[in-house]
Design a protein around this ligand. Structure first.
Ligand SMILES: C[S@@+](CC[C@H](N)C(=O)[O-])C[C@H]1O[C@@H](n2cnc3c(N)ncnc32)[C@H](O)[C@@H]1O
Length: 211
C-alpha cells in the first residue's frame, strides 16, 4: 500500500479530518523534505500540528526516533492515534510549549511551517537558540517556511495564513537573518532549497548542520 493510503487510513479514512489531510498531502513535499532529515537518532518535530509529517518520517525510517511536539492537545491526540493505528514504536507525541521545553541532545530538528506562527521575532530567536544548543555535532536543523517568491505563491500563502490563523502576527523568517542567527550558535552549512515546484505556496527548505 502506498504512503498516502496508509496515512490516510491511519488518520481515520473518509471522515471529518480527511479534507484537511488531503490538503496537507497536496501542498507539502513530504518525500523531498524527509530526504533532508537524518535517517537515524533522535529527531524533534517542533510544532508538529496533527503530526502527519512526523508519522511519515517515522514510517520511512525505523532508525529515526521521532519526538513530535505541539501545544495543542487535540492535535497531539490525533497524531498519537494515527501512530498507534500504524503500530509505530519509533514515535512519541508530547504536548508542550516549544518556547519553554527542555530538549535532549538530538540528531535533527524540524520546524515545519512553525516559525512564522510564533507571536514575535524574539520568540523565533528563542526557539532557534534552544534547538541549536540541543543539536549534536553533525546534527541537522531543517526549517520549512515561506520565501518571498514566486510573488503570487507568497501572496497566496500569506492570505491563507491570515485566514486560517486570523489574529496571529505572521512574520516569515528572512534567509540572511536566519543564516547569521544560526552561525552565531555554531550551526553552519546553511543552504536554501526552493520546494514550491508543483505546489501552490512559496515553500522553501532551509538546512544547516551543527559543527
Ligand atoms: C501551521 S501549523 C504547522 C503544523 C505542522 N508542522 C505541519 O506542517 O503540518 C503550526 C503549529 O505550531 C504549533 N505551535 C505554535 N506555537 C507553539 C508553541 N509555542 N509550542 C508548541 N507548538 C506551537 C501550533 O499549535 C500549530 O499546530
Amino acid at each position: 500500500m502506498n504512503d498516502f493510503l496508509r496515512l490516510f487510513r491511519a488518520y481515520g479514512g473518509i471522515g471529518r479530518g480527511s479534507l484537511f489531510f488531503c490538503y496537507r498531502w497536496l501542498v507539502f513535499s513530504h518525500h523531498l523534505v524527509s530526504e533532508a532529515i537524518p535517517k537515524e537518532g533522535l529527531i524533534y518535530d517542533l510544532g508538529c500540528g496533527y503530526g502527519i509529517f512526523s508519522v511519515y518520517l517515522a514510517l520511512q525510517h525505523p532508525g529515526r526516533r521521532i519526538v513530535a511536539v505541539d501545544s495543542s492537545e487535540r492535535r497531539i491526540r490525533s497524531g498519537r492515534r494515527a501512530a498507534d493505528a500504524l503500530g509505530l514504536g519509533n514515535i512519541s507525541f508530547v504536548q508542550d510549549d516549544i518556547l519553554r521545553m527542555a530538549l535532549q541532545p538530538a540528531q535533527g530538528a524540524i520546524l515545519n511551517d512553525v516559525l512564522h506562527h510564533l507571536p514575535a521575532r524574539s520568540d523565533q530567536r528563542i526557539v532557534l537558540t534552544n534547538v541549536c544548543a540541543a543539536l549534536r555535532p553533525g546534527g541537522r536543523l531543517i526549517v520549512v517556511d515561506v520565501a518571498p517568491g514566486p510573488r503570487w505563491k507568497h501572496c497566496l500563502g500569506w492570505l491563507v495564513d491570515n485566514i486560517l490563523y486570523f489574529g496571529d502576527n505572521i512574520s516569515y523568517p528572512q534567509a540572511d537573518e536566519l543564516r547569521s542567527m544560526l552561525e552565531a550558535h555554531g550551526v553552519f552549512d546553511f543552504s536554501v532549497h526552493p520546494i514550491h515546484a508543483g505546489r501552490p505556496y512559496a515553500n522553501v527548505l532551509y538546512t544547516a548542520a551543527k559543527k
